[in-house]
Write a protein that binds this ligand. Structure first.
Ligand SMILES: [Zn+2]
Length: 318
């Protein structure tokens, strides 16, 4: 950390690449973002996607060199969806073109050609999320935190006893693909009744439509609001089922890991406090009481910046 000045963090998602150049802070405070960049992901083109990742880093790097006195880059962190093993993309449902790519090596090589020789870290984006929230956000000050990102899909990351837990080959935290009730909808992974295929934003909408819901072009927020207002019986039933399945998933995490805090991210985490109250009530029915008592189930604090800051934190942690 001594002498470290700036870091670059990138969040590579299924549709876009978000990047920041941030001034690393000392004493644990949040890095200050000095410049942002956004480029497109091309899920079916390896060359274009990798090209845009390299361009995003190079652009932020040049910005720093041109605008900051005595600029020095301390490292680059990249968060991406999917399952990574030692920097190699093993499984990437959102960006199929990257499957099988040794992303860390490929990027390092292309960046070197542009004269950028900083250390480079590549990590699953859910791990980046929980790292950022643990260091600077809602889970700050807690030693054991579980991040659950509920967007189009559901991802998860584990910080246990102050350290990221990766498991045997880097795949720990795939909470979205835990079976909650096999008599449920088909998941993107091909199996049935996973946490994701019950409770992700996309699947809440799909279940609503399949159950005969009449609102069209709608999202989880509208379905939740209609359920709360009692003006749509289908929305009401779909949300009750969602809380129940969500509660079962959360209770499993609580009983298995005994965390202090579960931090939610992704689009569904933006639902109002009543949503949190309902999933906590459901989790309380299924969790072991002594482990459930005192556990916090809360919304993230860093919002859209959690991904890029978490990626940047990889460079800080080495
Ligand atoms: Zn699944």
């Amino acid at each position: 950390m001594i002498g470290l000045a700036y870091v670059i963090g990138l969040d590579v998602g299924g549709t876009k690449i978000e990047g920041v150049l941030a001034r690393a802070a000392y004493h644990g405070s949040i890095p200050k973002v000095v410049r942002k960049v956004r480029l497109q992901t091309h899920p079916s083109s390896r060359e274009k996607t990798i090209g845009n990742i390299v361009d995003a880093v190079a652009w932020l790097y040049s910005y720093g060199k041109e605008n900051v006195n005595g600029f020095r880059l301390g490292g680059i962190g990249i968060g991406t969806s999917g399952f990574l093993r030692n920097g190699r993309m093993e499984m990437v449902p959102n960006i199929p073109a990257l499957k099988g790519v040794q992303l860390r090596n490929v990027l390092q090589e292309q960046l070197r050609e542009k004269g950028i020789n900083s250390s480079l870290h590549v990590e699953n984006d859910s791990i980046c999320f929980v790292l950022a929230e643990s260091m600077w956000g809602a889970a700050r000050g807690f030693k054991s935190a579980i991040g659950v990102i509920v967007g189009t899909g559901i991802g998860g990351g584990l910080v246990l006893d102050g350290r990221v837990y990766r498991g045997r080959n880097g795949g720990a935290g795939h909470i979205g693909h835990v079976t909650i009730d096999p008599a449920g909808p088909r998941c993107g992974c091909g199996q049935f009744g996973h946490f994701e295929s019950w409770c992700s934003g996309k699947h809440i909408v799909m279940r609503y439509i399949a159950a005969g819901g009449k609102m069209r072009g709608t999202g989880p927020a509208a379905i939740f609001a209609a359920a709360e207002a009692g003006r749509d019986a289908v929305a009401g039933r779909v949300m009750v089922e969602t809380y129940e399945k969500f509660g079962i998933a959360i209770a499993g995490l609580i009983n298995t890991f005994n965390p202090e805090v579960i931090v939610l991210g992704g689009g569904v985490s933006n639902l109002p406090p009543a949503f949190y109250k309902r999933i906590a009530a459901a989790a309380g029915k299924y969790a072991y009481p002594a482990l459930f008592r005192g556990v916090k189930i809360i919304r993230n604090r860093l919002g859209d910046d959690a991904g890029v800051l978490g990626a940047a934190s990889l460079a800080l942690n080495g």
